[in-house]
Design a protein. Sequence first.
Length: 284
Amino acid sequence: MADKIDTRAVGLDVGLAFIRWLTGAENLHYGLWTGLEATAANLRAAQDAYTVKLFGYLPPGPLRILDIGGGAGETAKKLLALGHQVEIVVPSAFLAARCRETAKGATVHECTFEAFQGQGPFDLCLFSESFQYIPLSESLPKCARLLVPGGQVLIADCFRTEAYRGRAAEGPQPGGGHPLAAFRAAVDGSAFAVDAEEDITEAVAPSIDLEQRLFHVLGHGVTRVSDEIRDNRPTAHWALGKAIGLFLSRKRRENLMQRLTGTSRTSEAFRHYNSYRIIRLRQR
């Protein structure tokens, strides 16, 4: 039997190639759109502004930083250039390979944060749009064990507002993350206290509209080609559908088409269901 196609790796490869072509870098995070029109031409500037904002919350260095969920290594590359020591934790084999290529000098651990066995100690644990993927019961307690006394945690991520009642009630909505109230409770019961915090929801929300417009361009092409084949080569259209079904389930196909042609992912919905924050925690 043939090996199962790794659709996630394929998607990451294609997505990174597109982002690299569009911006010249492989940033996977939101942009900061204050003073910028949300257009593809401004994406690199918006993502650079996001990085400047994030780095403004770094304590004085040089630091030993654990970059948790380090994407393709672009953030680590910038941290290395500033003189910091960086170790990256990333569970994807594809992204780990990109990190080794992009952030030369960083140590890359191909594993989840929960499975990470490094000892540190680190001065800072960094979660740039990765905190939401780790259970609250795991993230802060493990950071406390990995940090030097007085060490810090820097988080830049989405948190769900009280308006979000779950996927079953609200359907698929942009953003994600832990409920903000649950995060507050986790911090209260941890070894950390909030040292600094900023709500940047308004500044990052236009990223959703830009992303959806780009998906609509792709969706128009896919729909146009599919309709043409269906109308003129119905047998080939049926065979193509069967072939796609071999590696994409019906649910995944429906989700993909929702992303390519849907209208529910908007900046307004993002603002309603999410609070995007930069939060710096310090050990008590």
